[in-house]
Design a binder for this molecule. Structure first.
Ligand code: 5GP
Length: 160
């Protein structure tokens, strides 16, 4: 059964680099909505100012985390020559797609767009499969929403 929405998953350790993974993409888009949830608008504006003025010259890993919201890494049990997982770095209640709310629309779009970017980066020009498993009957095993990008071989339909 799915855990409650606060329980950590293995992906939290991957995000914190406590467990090694092969990262293939990490974005650098500033996510206003995530930041406004946890900080004041003033701090938000201040950091936005810092980002626009300083980030071209200064590498600040802790601050950068706020600006990078999507991570893509190779699946440890690949179901094809290419198998990548795309996840939000802040789960924000999105244990699975079935928990999506209006506030998640931006991140959901970004996850799918990142799936397209990594597929292109991997050279999957003849096609690929994008999957979100949800809940026990959808064979979901990690309760931190993730998009599978699988390719490099002929996929079958229906999946079974
Ligand atoms: P789900 O079954 O929830 O849709 O997919 C979870 C995926 O996470 C599985 O394909 C599984 O192989 C992958 N996975 C589980 N633990 C790890 C891990 O520690 N590292 C990586 N890279 N992938 C993992």
């Amino acid at each position: 059964t799915p855990p409650d929405s606060d329980s950590p998953t293995i992906f939290d350790k991957i995000i914190k680099k406590e467990i090694p993974s092969t990262v293939v993409y990490e974005d650098d888009k500033f996510q206003w909505k995530f930041f406004i949830h946890t900080r004041t608008r003033a701090a938000c504006l201040f950091l936005y100012f810092l980002e626009s003025r300083l980030f071209l010259h200064v590498n600040m890993p802790t601050v950068q985390k706020i600006f990078k919201c999507v991570l893509a890494f190779r699946d440890i049990q690949p179901q094809g020559p290419t198998h990548i997982l795309v996840i939000p770095k802040v789960r924000d209640g999105l244990t699975g797609l079935s928990k999506a709310e209006e506030r998640h629309i931006d991140i959901l779009g970004r996850l799918l767009y990142t799936a397209k970017l990594v597929a292109k980066q991997e050279g999957l020009d003849d096609g690929y499969r994008v999957v979100i498993n949800d809940g026990p009957k959808g064979c979901q095993s990690v309760y931190h929403i993730h998009v599978h990008v699988i390719g490099g071989r002929q996929m079958n339909w229906p999946p079974g």
